[in-house]
Each structure stands twice: as structure tokens, then as C-alpha cells.
Design a protein around this ligand. Sequence first.
Ligand code: LLP
Length: 457
Amino acid sequence: MNLENLPAPEPDGSSDGPWPSSARRVGGEIAIGGIGVSELAAEYGTPLYILDEDVLRARARAWKEAMDEAFARLRGADVYYAGKAFLCVAVAKAVAHEGLAVDACSEGELRTALAAGVPGSRIGMHGNNKSREEVELALRAEVGHFVVDSLAELEFVDSIARDEGAVASVMLRVTTGVHAGGHEYMSTAVEDQKFGLSIAGGAAWQAVEKTVNAPNLRLVGLHSHIGSQILAVAGFRAAAEAVLRLRAEAVRELGIEIPEVDFGGGYGVRYTVLDSIPPSPAEFASILAEAAAANVEETGVPAPRVSIEPGRSIVGPAGMTLYTVGTIKTVEAEDGPRRYVSVDGGMSDNPRPILYGADYTAALASRAPSEGVRTRIVGKHCESGDIVVRSVSLPADLAAGDILAVPATGAYGRSMASNYNHVPRPGVVAVRDGRARWIVRRETVADILALDAGYGK
Ligand code: LLP
């Protein structure tokens, strides 16, 4: 089966996606957070990212509750929101308010979380190539832990901590060899890629020894992130078992404590009807808790405190993008006519189709849909790969000025947006209880020109 001639499912209140669960058709048009898209487009312009704050919070809460419940009988759990999926002050505040910590992987993400009032102790500092400035800033903010990615970085963090008169709490990111993830670029635990310390190759063990012997490092845990957009539980179970085995071995053989384990993020979401419905947070949490309990049983080593770092599964289905239809043409494809509908955004606001071949769906949002024809939605950029939705059935009478909505764009859309073709990046509007507000302002061409240093005198 493919997506040819399939219309988007109608928004139906489901929390399994692809639509934000608050999206509904009201009087023909789609409304989200109690506001119609025509009003949102008129007030804020298009393209526009919309984020439903109640949906975001409910999804954050679902992870927190699932983990708290699954690990209540072990040593408890923490949920870190992976800021890379989408971070701004309002989102950091919202997730922190729901009891989540924040995973930051750059100075920008760290400063955003701090600006939101997230205490350093509730921030995990990531990155496979942290700069001196980033490490210093994180030490001064007293972040809860650094996730260290290599032996070289271990020495780097140790030496900066020594200069700062500090002790850095360290989690070691290990690679388990588990292959999972929606795309090669999102598979992060196989041997031949840039992340982590290999368990099989011995670097992970070496790093454990090095950390416990470094005067300015404290080993707090092991970390594993196997990839992203994963819709099955098997890879998470296998990786959890491998990390827990390594931990138990190190605890017993070296006589040390490793109080925590972090199993990373990667929990997938539904972009189109062809994606299977993702396991719930409770299902994922119980798989991880079962692995932890089994490890205690097998090894006699007390359970660690466990954390995870979901990003996409919290913010992805809380968002959608609005576009305005522009030029329309029909071309003769190999298998018959295909209508090309151009919209006012594209690969600059959503690079996922051109980067990963990601599929999305879309619906006519500003009025009731009618009988559809095979359509490809494309952007306004100068590349033929500038595709927004590869194939979807949209009404035959679609016309310039109609508003289209693309669901499930809350994660890795705004956060990976670019200014290609000097197109300003759209802003993000949060909706809640029939009210809307900017949480990230729309960029203007003046913002782009402001950085242009000119030709000189
Ligand atoms: N933790 C670590 C260490 C990560 O590297 C990531 C994602 C996450 C957590 C959060 O993963 P999530 O739960 O959001 O899947 N740009 C790609 C996704 C790259 C993910 C990178 N790391 C995309 O658009 O699909």
C-alpha cells in the first residue's frame, strides 16, 4: 500500500496522531485548541507552526506518570524532555511544570532552559563535541550531569572541571550495537557512526575506569540512545539489557556504584495512516522496568534510578503547520496525472521530507473537503525535492488562498528550519482554551538582512 489517493484521516480526538488530539472540524474548517485555522492564519499569517499547549502538557505528563508508575518499586525514574525536538522558553516552562527535566545539547539549548527558570540540577548536558564554553557554562550552571560521548571528551571535561575547581557528574554514553531507528541518520547505536563508547570494542569499559579514577569527575550513570522514530519495543528492550549488564559487571568487578541509567529517547509517532500506532508510554515504560527488574534478579546488583529522554513523542503530535495554497498545476506522471500544489513554505520550515524521505499528510483546513484527486504538495524553494507531502488526495476544487494543515510537525520542524532562499522562518503560535499567542516570533526579511555585513566602505 502507498499513500496515493489516500486522503488525510479526519481529526478525531485520538491521541495516537497524526492530528493533535484537540483538532476538530467545526463548521467545515479545522479548529485546534478551540480556534479555527482561518482566524489563526488571518491573525498570524502563514506558513505558521501551531502548538497546542494542553496536548503538549498531556503528552509530557503521560510519560512522567508512566515512568513513575513503572519504576515505583525500583529506584524511581526521571523524564528529560529532549530539547532538540523543539525548544523555546514557553515549552521548557511547560514541560518543567509537568515535572520533567530538560536534555540540552548546545549552549543555545542550555541557555534557553536556564532562561525558562529550569534549575541546572534538572538539566542534562549532551553533545558529542562540546566546546570549552559549553562545558564551563554547564559547570557554572551546576547541571545535573554531562553525558560524555568519547574518551577524549572525558579528559576534556575533567580538565575544565579541574580549572573551575568543580567536580563534573558524568553519564557515559555507550553503544550497544542495537540497530533501530527510522532512517540511517537516526540509527545511533550501531558501531560505525559517530556517537558513544562501544561496549563491544571495550571503549565503554575503559571509560568507566577512567571516570572513577579522574579526580574531577563523578560517575553517575550509563547512557544509551539507540535512534529516533522507533515504533517497536524490541530495540529498547535489547539496548536496556545490554546497558544494565555492563553496569552490573562494572559494579561487581570494580566495586563501584553506578546509581543511574538513561535509556535515551527515540519513541516514534504517527505521521500518516501507514505508520503503525506507537506503543504507549506505559508500554515502553514497562518494557524498561521489566528489563531493570530482571537484571536485579540475575545479578543481585541493586536497581539504578532510570531516566529517559523523549522529544518527538511529546511535542510532535502537539503541533501542526498551516500553509496557504498558491500556484496549482497538473503534470503527466508515468502513471497518470499528478496535481502539484505549491504552498508558501516548504523545505525551509520542514526539511524532514528532503533529508529523510519522510512522509506527511495534509488536509484542506479552511473549508469542508470534497471529492479528492491525487496531489503532491510542494514548497516554494528552488529544488525539485522540495516536497511537503509526497502524495495525498485533496479536493479537486482546491484553489489559491485555501489553507492546508499538515499534522504532526511539532518536532524537528521549527528546530531544524533554515533560511534557504532567504525565506524567513515561520513563528510558533501556542493555542490553549480558545486563545493564541506567539511563543516564537515570526522572522522577517529584515531579521535576515540585519545579519548581512554588507560589502564594506
Ligand atoms: N536523546 C538523545 C541523546 C538524542 O540524540 C535524541 C535525538 C533524543 C534523546 C530525542 O529523540 P526523540 O525522542 O525525539 O526521537 N532530526 C531527526 C531526529 C534526530 C534525533 C536526534 N536525537 C528527525 O527529524 O527525525
